[in-house]
Design a protein around this ligand. Structure first.
Ligand code: PLP
Length: 350
């Protein structure tokens, strides 16, 4: 965390942050001359090679501009219209994508499972599969499991947890999708390699996020099993997500994966969240709703504290989700750009 002084920081989301300078420079540098369109440019070719290095395997990747598009496209390849996708009740695909996954899948069903701390468990997944199998034709059969790393509750699946869910998926011939909108935050937390947290843990398809961690608008769908990706390119185009000037997406993602920028950015966000949580916990009456494992802090704040923070113009989000209706529940999100001084200012205002 740097100690630079600056304007008021907003903790409502990591989406509120500016584009990080390295990525903005890469966009500007890409803005020269004529190059191939629709992904046939040199930057996109270099990105594909870089991804194979980073993930230590062959893969199929398509860049898109939003996480919703990445999730919906990925799931549409895995699941037929009459199938279902098992996910956490709190999954972004289930609560915040306006039915895009169902729309792209042509009507397939999302089955939201109870997931304390935002995580699916091997047991709940196994039970849901057994129930669907027992339902026969009456039940939409699961074709995919979707889990989010780091989760919508700021927690992180361990490699063991990922492996145990994937093992059940494999046993039942079901694909595993990871919503990695905050992938780098989970990766930094686990301290393992990108390969270990994904395909070596049984993940077949990844939505790789960069926007929340410093990009302007850049995500990817990555298939680790290239044979499974049949139809992805056509769906990408049909959905209107194939950019003619794809070089500007690829430029962002290449910069993101250069000199560990993605890991450095996520590292700052994670360290900042821990520092923020420790500071908040020193205030009487504050308690955490979830362990802080990545870059999100979910807390109960006494009413006078939240009122003071609001009056001082600080940005953070009221959090009412699922069966959590507590008026005093809030979410604070840190990012690559959060500074120690931003957090100190917030804590001093509380
Ligand atoms: C867990 C998760 N997945 C996916 C997304 C992608 O959303 P968007 O389509 O807004 O880029 C988000 C954004 O908030 C998210 O939190």
């Amino acid at each position: 965390m740097s100690d630079d002084q600056g304007g008021e920081h907003n903790f409502a989301s990591d989406n509120v942050s500016a584009v990080c300078p390295e990525i903005m420079a890469a966009i500007v540098n890409a803005n020269v001359g004529s190059v191939g369109s629709y992904g046939s440019d040199p930057l996109t070719a270099r990105l594909t090679e870089r991804l194979k290095e980073v993930f230590e395997t062959d893969l199929v990747a398509i860049p898109v501009a939003t996480g919703t598009a990445a999730n919906a496209l990925a799931l549409s390849v895995l699941t037929p219209p009459y199938g279902s996708v098992l996910c956490a009740e709190s999954a972004h695909i289930n609560t915040d994508e306006c039915g895009a996954p169902e729309f792209y899948m042509g009507g397939a069903k999302l089955l939201g499972l109870p997931a304390p701390a935002g995580k699916l468990s091997a047991d709940s997944v196994e039970l849901a599969i057994a129930q669907a199998r027992a339902g026969g034709l009456q039940s939409a059969q699961p074709h995919a499991i979707s889990l989010t790393q780091s989760t919508e509750w700021g927690t992180v699946y361990s490699r063991q947890e990922l492996a145990s869910i994937s093992a059940i998926a494999a046993k039942n011939d079901i694909a595993v999708h990871m919503d990695g909108s905050r992938l780098a935050n989970g990766l930094v937390r686990l301290g393992c390699s990108p390969a270990e947290m994904t395909w070596k843990s049984g993940i077949d398809v990844l939505s790789f996020g960069a926007t929340k961690n410093g990009a302007m608008a850049a995500e990817m769908v990555i298939f680790f099993d290239c044979d499974r990706a049949a139809g992805l390119a056509a769906r990408h185009k049909r959905a209107g997500h194939l950019w003619s000037k794809s070089r500007f997406l690829s430029a962002q993602l290449l910069a993101y994966l250069t000199d560990d920028l993605w890991l450095r950015n996520a590292g700052n966000a994670n360290v900042s969240a821990t520092y923020l949580a420790e500071g908040l916990l020193k205030i009487e009456g504050v308690c955490l709703l979830q362990p802080v494992e990545a870059n999100e802090v979910f807390v109960i704040l006494p009413e006078p504290v939240s009122t003071r923070l609001r009056h001082r113009g600080l940005g953070f989000a009221a959090w009412r989700r699922g069966n959590l209706f507590n008026q005093n529940a809030f979410r604070f999100v840190t990012s690559y750009s959060t500074r120690t001084s931003d957090i100190d200012r917030l804590l001093n205002s509380a």
